[in-house]
Ligand binder design. Structure first.
Ligand SMILES: NC(=O)c1ccc[n+]([C@@H]2O[C@H](COP(=O)([O-])OP(=O)(O)OC[C@H]3O[C@@H](n4cnc5c(N)ncnc54)[C@H](O)[C@@H]3O)[C@@H](O)[C@H]2O)c1
Length: 245
C-alpha cells in the first residue's frame, strides 16, 4: 500500500529538479500525478513512470491555467513549485527582473490557487503545498534581493490561505529548502566568473558540508501531501541542512 494511494496531485515545474523528484516520489507512493511544466520535451520523459500524466503549462498564463482546471475534475493536492532565482542586490535588480520574478514566483501561485481552490471547497477537502525558500523572511542571503522578497511573499500567501480556509477542510503549507543540487543551481554556478569557487562557496555555507538532493526535498513533499501530516497547516517547513542556524 502506498502512502498516497488514490490521491490526485497537480504539480508545476515538474520537468526537472525538485519538481521532477517530487512527481516521481508521489507516483511511487500510489498517487495519480498530473505533472506540468513549460518545457515540453523534458516533461515528456516523465511519461515513462506509471501514475504520471503530463500537461504543458506556463504558470504565468491565466488562460492555460483555466484550461487545465477544466480537464482536472478532482484534485487532492496542488503543488506550486515553479520559481526563478535572480542573482543580485537591489541595485542589480532592474524593474524587468523584479516584475519577472514576482510574476513567476508569486503571481503564478495566486493564479493556480485561485483557479483550483473552488474545486477543493466543493469537495470540502484540499491540500496546497507551495515552494518557498530559506532565502525569504527566514534568512537574509546576499545577492538574493528580489528572490527572497518573492519567497517571503510565498510564506505570507501560504499562511493567509491556511487561515482563511482551515474550517473548510483546506490545508496549506510551504517548503523552504536551503541549497539543493538541481540543474538550475548548476547553471547558476556555471554563470559565475569562477564556477569552481562558486560551487565551493555554496557547499561551504552548508554546515553539513554538502548540498541537499532533490530527492531529500521530495520526501518532505510526500509527507505533506499524505494524511500523515493531517494536523499541519500554515507552516513554513524548513529543510536546509541547518543553514539557518
Ligand atoms: N535549487 C535550490 O537550491 C532551491 C532552493 C530553495 C528553493 N528552490 C525553489 O524550488 C523550485 C524549483 O527549483 P529547482 O532548482 O528544483 O528547479 P529548476 O530551476 O532546475 O527547474 C525549474 C523548472 O521550472 C520550469 N519553469 C520555468 N518557468 C516556468 C513557467 N513559466 N511555467 C511552468 N514551468 C516553468 C522549468 O522549465 C524547469 O523545469 C523553485 O521555486 C525554486 O525557487 C530551489
Amino acid at each position: 500500500m502506498g502512502r498516497l494511494d488514490g490521491k490526485i496531485i497537480v504539480l508545476t515545474a515538474a520537468a526537472q529538479g525538485i519538481g521532477r523528484a517530487a512527481a516521481i516520489a508521489f507516483a511511487k507512493e500510489g498517487a495519480q500525478v498530473i505533472a506540468t511544466d513549460v518545457n515540453e520535451s523534458k516533461l515528456r520523459e516523465l511519461e515513462a513512470f506509471p501514475g504520471i500524466q503530463v500537461r504543458v503549462l506556463d504558470v504565468t498564463n491565466k488562460g492555460q491555467i483555466e484550461n487545465l482546471t477544466k480537464e482536472v475534475t478532482k484534485i487532492d493536492v496542488l503543488c506550486n513549485v515553479a520559481g526563478y532565482v535572480h542573482h543580485g542586490t537591489i541595485l542589480d535588480c532592474e524593474e524587468k527582473d523584479w516584475d519577472f520574478t514576482m510574476t513567476l514566483n508569486v503571481r503564478s501561485m495566486y493564479l493556480m490557487i485561485k483557479a483550483f481552490l473552488p474545486k477543493m471547497l466543493e469537495q470540502k477537502s484540499g491540500n496546497i503545498i507551495n515552494m518557498s525558500s530559506v532565502a525569504s523572511s527566514i534568512k537574509g542571503v546576499a545577492n538574493r534581493c528580489v528572490y527572497s522578497t518573492s519567497k517571503a511573499a510565498v510564506i505570507g500567501l501560504t499562511k493567509s490561505i491556511a487561515a482563511d480556509f482551515i474550517e473548510q477542510g483546506i490545508r496549506c503549507n510551504c517548503i523552504c529548502p536551503g541549497t539543493v543540487d538541481t540543474p538550475s543551481l548548476r547553471e547558476r554556478i556555471q554563470a559565475r566568473p569562477n564556477p569552481e569557487q562558486a560551487l565551493k562557496d555554496f557547499v561551504a555555507r552548508q554546515k553539513m558540508g554538502r548540498l541537499a538532493t532533490a530527492e531529500e526535498v521530495a520526501h518532505l513533499f510526500v509527507y505533506l501531501a499524505s494524511n500523515e501530516s493531517a494536523y499541519m497547516t500554515g507552516n513554513e517547513c524548513i529543510i536546509d541542512g541547518g543553514w539557518n542556524l
